[in-house]
Design a protein around this ligand. Sequence first.
Ligand code: HEM
Ligand code: HEM
Length: 165
Amino acid sequence: MTVPQAYRPAQIWLHWIVVLGVILQIAIHEPIVRVLAARDAGTAADASDVTLAWVHVSIGSVIMLAVIARLILRWRHGAPAHAPGMSETQARLASAMHSALYGLLLGMVVTGMLTWNGIAPLGSVHFAINIALFFAALAHAAAAVYNQVVRKDVTLSRMTPRLRG
Ligand code: HEM
Ligand code: HEM
């Protein structure tokens, strides 16, 4: 497979859809926790909590589809090599981080679905993976900004074509 020069527009759109989805999921998590607690206690959950719980499940499903689409695009078309000037160690770290982010996203989806559907009570694992995802995404975003602003390479603009000027 020839290595592409840039991410495809679909890859870029899906990246930012997933980022927005993760932010919304973290913002809208309390109602679904209350609904699960009510289900476990055998009591009735608040109707607005149930609605927002379905919002959490729906956004989670969009994230799942977006991640699957991204993996298919990556498998079929590949991804551009890291920005020129990056050391081999840094490039390896970046690739490992990207794989870890995909793994953590899938981990969120699987544990969320198993818990929601009453197949396995993995709420605490879902929570733990969320913490890992949060810090991994933070480090990943910081690295992208650092490379663009301090090292002045083109890392960030690969996912934000408007920055290319
Ligand atoms: C990347 C995607 C997702 C993120 C970032 C996310 C985030 C969160 C967070 C932060 C919590 C609160 C955990 C706690 O305080 O214990 C939570 C709870 C929950 N989420 Fe998600 N979630 C995602 C995807 C999903 C999906 C796809 C589903 C199901 C289809 C789901 C179902 C649940 C359930 C059932 C709980 C309650 C767990 C419990 O209280 O035991 N989540 N989610
Ligand atoms: C929930 C948050 C995030 C997740 C899960 C995430 C996930 C990913 C993944 C999996 C890739 C690899 C794409 C591929 O090669 O297939 C990637 C690339 C990238 N992301 Fe993110 N990302 C997040 C947030 C951010 C933020 C906030 C920024 C910018 C500040 C950012 C900037 C980038 C850039 C510039 C690339 C391309 C890096 C390169 O070509 O070496 N990401 N992201």
